[in-house]
Design a protein around this ligand. Sequence first.
Ligand code: ADP
Ligand code: ADP
Length: 221
Amino acid sequence: MTKRYPDGTVAVDHLDLEIAAGRITVLVGPSGCGKTTTLRMINRMVEATEGTITVDGRNVADIDPPTLRRGIGYVIQQAGLFPHRTIVDNIATVPDLLGQDKKRSRRTARELMARVGLDPALATRYPAQLSGGQQQRVGVARALAADPPILLMDEPFSAVDPIVRASLQDEFLRLQDELEKTIVFVTHDIDEAVKLGHRIAVFQVGGTLAQYSTPDELLAA
Ligand code: ADP
Ligand code: ADP
C-alpha cells in the first residue's frame, strides 16, 4: 500500500507486508519512516491512497470502520484514559459501549487487571492517581477487554522509565503466550523489536522496507 498525505508527503511507498496470525510483528525504524501511518491504515484511521489491505481475507475498504475496529484493539503511547472514569470503568469502556452486562464486564475488568500486573486496590482509583507505567497497563487491559483478535500497538511502552518498560515487556510476552493475539507493534527501539517480535519489519526513511526478518536473522545481519 501507499499513503500520500494531502500536502504531498509520501509516508508509505508501495509497502508489501504480510502479518502472521497469532504472532507479534514489530514495525521498527527511525522517526518519520511511516510506521504509524502503516498501523493506522490497518484500522482505517488513515485511508490508503493506493493498494489493498486485507484482514482475515477481507479488504478493509469494504468494512465500515466501527465494525472493523470492533475486531482490532488499539493501544498508544499515552494510554488515553478517561480522567473521570475509575480504572475498572476505563477497562470496561468497550463492553459498556456495547451494552454488555455491567456485573460481568466489571468481573472481567478485574481479571484483566490481575493479568497485566495491576494491584486490585487500584480498581476504584482515577487515572491521575496512577503512575505512568500503571496507566499503560490499564491501556493494555482496556484494549484486551473487547477481546479483539488483532491488536495494534503504537509505542505503548515508550513513555515509561527503562525498569518499568522491561517489566511491561515481560508481562506482555507472558500474556501473549497465552492469548495468541495477532499483534502489530510499532517501536523506534531496536532492542524492544528484537525482544518482542516474532517477525520484524525494518522501515527506512521514505516509507519503504529495508528488511523483513526474524530476530535471529536481524541480529546475524
Ligand atoms: P513514524 O510512525 O515512523 O514516525 P509516521 O507514519 O508518523 O512515521 O509519518 C511518516 C511521514 O508522514 C512523516 O514524514 C510525517 O511527517 C508524515 N505525516 C504523518 N502524518 C501526516 C499528516 N497527517 N499530514 C501530512 N504528513 C503526515
Ligand atoms: P512511577 O515511578 O512509576 O512514575 P509514581 O512515583 O508516579 O511511579 O507512583 C508511585 C506509586 O504512587 C504508584 O503506586 C501510584 O499508584 C501511587 N500514586 C502516584 N500518584 C498518586 C496520587 N496522586 N494519589 C495516590 N497514589 C498515587
